[in-house]
Ligand binder design. Structure first.
Ligand code: ZN
Length: 322
């Protein structure tokens, strides 16, 4: 294992057989096609691929799940298989997320060539996860799965492990986009944040300068049995004005641009198809379609802004376009 500094890790994200189906992104698929089992891996960024495909190691203490305590399921970033439960996570002080148990049958053990350590992989897709150690007496199970955060994605407890979809959209002030999408049927959670730029861990103040390259964006976790990527995409294109360039309503600046950050080719195709529909209706579309890069959640006070403040958006409103 090589230790590399993470330059630009991404957002981005088999098992008990019921999960197998779930795991893949059924973005935009009909209920009918949803039932078909279709193996589909998520696109990986360079940094993700370095760890997941080339057995690299992220630097200690920087991974986003090292300290996290939220209840839910950790899933494979590459294929979405559920791997670890938050109830098996413990604080080991080693600098990487540590678990003393895996979800049965989901993690494969392979002795390193030097015979010193045991590598762990996703049993479904072979994604490199990290190493497993025994005999350290850190917990009663006496096992420590030392896992790279970048190899994992997280599904909050309220959603059954593995069965979720994700979407990332930017369409002006994230408070307004979040407000409308959070209320859409089938949406589990919406997080306001920043993506699409160059600066790591940007603050609101930095993004507001318009110099970080980031857009104000939302990351949506949804239930694919209740809605689809395309439903959410269409809603997104109807609650902001996709023809505006360099601003959204009263909010001026590149950080308020209209952009769809796709997480796989299905999403990209759906986005391009729907934008073409709007173009065919005469709209001069400004929305760009871009491969997703790392999504940075915004400061806590930006989350659920309108819900917490009991107000309604000044910057967004629904307009039927499809
Ligand atoms: Zn996997």
């Amino acid at each position: 294992m090589f230790v590399i500094p993470l330059i630009n890790p991404d957002i981005t994200m088999n098992t008990r057989f019921t999960l197998i189906i779930l795991i893949f992104y059924f973005a935009g698929m009909s209920e009918e096609s949803y039932s078909q089992e279709k193996l589909r891996y998520y696109d990986l960024t360079k940094a993700e691929s370095y760890v997941i495909n080339n057995k690299g190691t992220e630097s200690p203490y920087i991974g986003k799940f090292t300290k996290s305590k939220e209840k839910g399921t950790y899933v494979c970033k590459k294929c979405g298989a559920a791997l670890y439960s938050s109830s098996d996570k413990f604080e080991s002080e080693c600098g990487w997320p540590s678990f003393d148990n895996e979800i049965k049958g989901t993690v494969k053990r392979i002795p390193d060539a030097d015979g010193m350590r045991t590598e762990i992989e996703c049993a479904n897709c072979g994604a490199h996860l990290g190493h497993v150690f025994t005999g350290e007496r850190l917990t009663s199970k006496n096992v420590r799965h030392c896992v790279n955060s970048i190899s994992l994605d997280f599904v909050p407890a309220q959603l059954e492990a593995g069965r979720y979809g994700m979407a990332i959209f930017a369409g002006g002030c994230f408070w307004g986009v979040e407000y409308f999408l959070q209320k859409a049927p089938g949406v589990i959670s919406v997080t306001s944040g920043y993506t699409g730029g160059e600066v790591k861990n940007p603050t609101y103040r930095e993004v507001c300068t318009g110099n970080t390259g980031h857009a104000e964006a939302v990351k949506i976790v949804y239930d694919p049995q209740k809605t689809s990527y395309e439903n959410l995409l269409k809603l997104f294109l109807e609650i902001h004005d996709p023809t505006q360039v360099g601003h959204q309503g009263p909010d001026i600046g590149d950080q308020y641009r209209s952009e769809i950050f796709y997480l796989n080719e299905d999403q990209r195709n759906i986005a391009e198809k729907d934008l073409n529909i709007l173009k065919s209706k005469g709209l001069k579309i400004a929305t760009s379609v871009t491969k997703a890069s790392e999504f940075y959640p915004a400061e806590e006070y930006h989350q659920d802004y309108y819900f917490n403040n009991g107000k309604v958006p000044y910057c967004h409103a629904y307009t039927k376009r499809f």
